[in-house]
Design a protein around this ligand. Structure first.
Ligand SMILES: [Zn+2]
Ligand SMILES: [Zn+2]
Length: 430
């Protein structure tokens, strides 16, 4: 119980401390039709990561129309709106990602995408198959509502419209990592970052959240096992990298199951590809493997890196082979800062209604919002985008060709972005 009590106190008792903003609800309702139109326009005109040229112009035009200071060309196509309130105070950043995916839409909606683009040398259909169109539209809506209330705001709101969340094309930098590198947080003294991700399998009106590690870090890794080639009939003349690789794979599977404290957080080690050998009667001299590591806790992540190296090199050494392990740079853990979560969730609860807030489990997928969360205390929540009359098993998941979002979910997103900025800056989120 010692472990449970503080958690319970933090995340349950404080949810009832706030009331919503009726004026935000009214303003969001008044522009709901426009927000949906923007979303349909964006949905019909999706662009791939680091190619969000028209999307960026669309956002820029809107922000300039609101009289806001605008910075363009950050992290390639990123757009930043800077809204200075009428009174001095803190700085909060609100984030929306802008990119679509190389998916050909088959969803039966009037605003379905027919867009095509080149991706890795091939022509592909392009679709907002992760709902980033809704993020852009909701944040444009919040920018409009907050601009109208500018004189009451104590501090500054930074609207971050970010490219390439899904990953920059090969050989390019991009996304939140590049936004941070190009100063989106440091140039404006951002104290706190807040993001929303729509979810196609959560009913409209519901909000899911998880304090701490909410989405996993991701790191790919390569292992090269070097042995000695020989005739397949004479294994004693070889150092067999195939058998050694099989042992390494089994050894790696005991890291999560037998060496990590899984009561802390979940973790995953997956080998996704093995490559070695040319024919049945030759033992090759080398095998390469690639895999992915997912973690929700930074200490466990470091431990996994070290243990993969130890396991692979020592098993290889036992066989007389050598293993070279490379762990590649990836995405950090999307970490919802516990203190900021405690302060901001009551605002979300007051906006959505306490009964609509769900404490959920972590997701082993990754999100590049993690790069903001690595620098400043942050919170990202998941917003319902599913027709409440349906159930999650009958609707399409993210990144699929018939992915759909119910437009009725957008208004709440506009309200949450708005109220988070207002209440954080005006000192109600203590
Ligand atoms: Zn996605
Ligand atoms: Zn996404």
């Amino acid at each position: 119980m010692r472990l449970l009590l503080p958690f319970f106190a933090l995340f349950c008792f404080s949810l009832s401390a706030q009331t919503g903003h009726p004026e935000t609800a009214k303003a969001a309702a008044a522009i709901e039709g426009k927000v949906i139109e923007w979303r349909h326009h964006l949905h019909e005109n999706p662009e791939l990561s680091n190619r969000e040229f028209e999307t960026a112009k669309y956002v820029e035009k809107h922000l300039r129309g609101l009289g806001m200071e605008v910075r363009t060309g950050i992290a390639h196509t990123g757009v930043v709106g800077i809204l200075k309130g009428g009174k001095p105070g803190g700085v909060i950043a609100l984030r929306a990602d802008m990119d679509g995916l190389p998916v050909t839409e088959i969803a039966d909606v009037p605003f379905a995408s027919k867009a095509k683009a080149m991706y890795e040398g091939k022509e592909v259909g392009v679709m907002h198959a992760c709902g980033h169109d809704t993020h852009v539209a909701m944040l444009m809506g919040a920018a409009e509502v907050l601009s109208a209330r500018k004189k009451d705001i104590e501090g500054t709101v930074i609207f971050m419209f970010q490219p390439a969340e899904e990953g920059a094309p090969a050989g390019e930098e991009g996304g939140a990592k590049l936004m941070v590198k190009e100063g989106v947080l440091s140039d404006y003294g951002v104290e706190v970052a807040f993001g929303i991700h729509i979810n196609s399998q959560t009913p409209v009106g519901q909000v899911n959240y998880k304090p701490g590690g909410a989405m996993a870090s991701v790191n790919s890794f390569n292992i090269v096992v070097k042995g000695k080639q020989a005739h397949g009939a004479r294994p004693w003349a070889s150092v067999d990298p195939i058998v050694t690789s099989a042992q390494i794979i089994m050894g790696l599977q005991t890291i999560v199951s037998r060496q990590l404290d899984l009561t802390k957080e979940a973790a995953v080690i997956t080998i996704g590809k093995i490559d070695g050998g040319v024919r049945s009667n030759i033992i090759p001299d080398e095998v390469t493997m690639v895999g992915t590591i997912r973690s929700l806790d930074n200490d466990m992540r470091k431990e996994i890196f070290a243990r993969i190296k130890t396991t692979a090199t020592n098993i290889a050494a036992a066989a007389g082979a050598e293993a070279e392990v490379t762990i590649n740079e990836g995405y950090p853990i999307t970490f919802n800062d516990p203190e900021i979560t405690r302060r901001l969730m009551p605002i979300v609860a007051a906006t959505a209604g306490e009964d609509n807030i769900n404490l959920v489990r972590a997701i082993t997928g990754a999100e590049d919002f993690s790069f903001y969360a690595e620098k400043v205390p942050s919170l990202i929540v998941f917003l319902g985008g599913m027709d409440p009359a349906k159930n999650r098993d009958e609707v399409a998941g993210h990144h699929t060709p018939n992915f759909q979002i119910d437009d009725r979910g957008l208004k709440l997103g506009v309200e949450i972005y708005t109220n988070i900025a207002l209440d954080y800056l005006n000192g109600k989120a203590r």
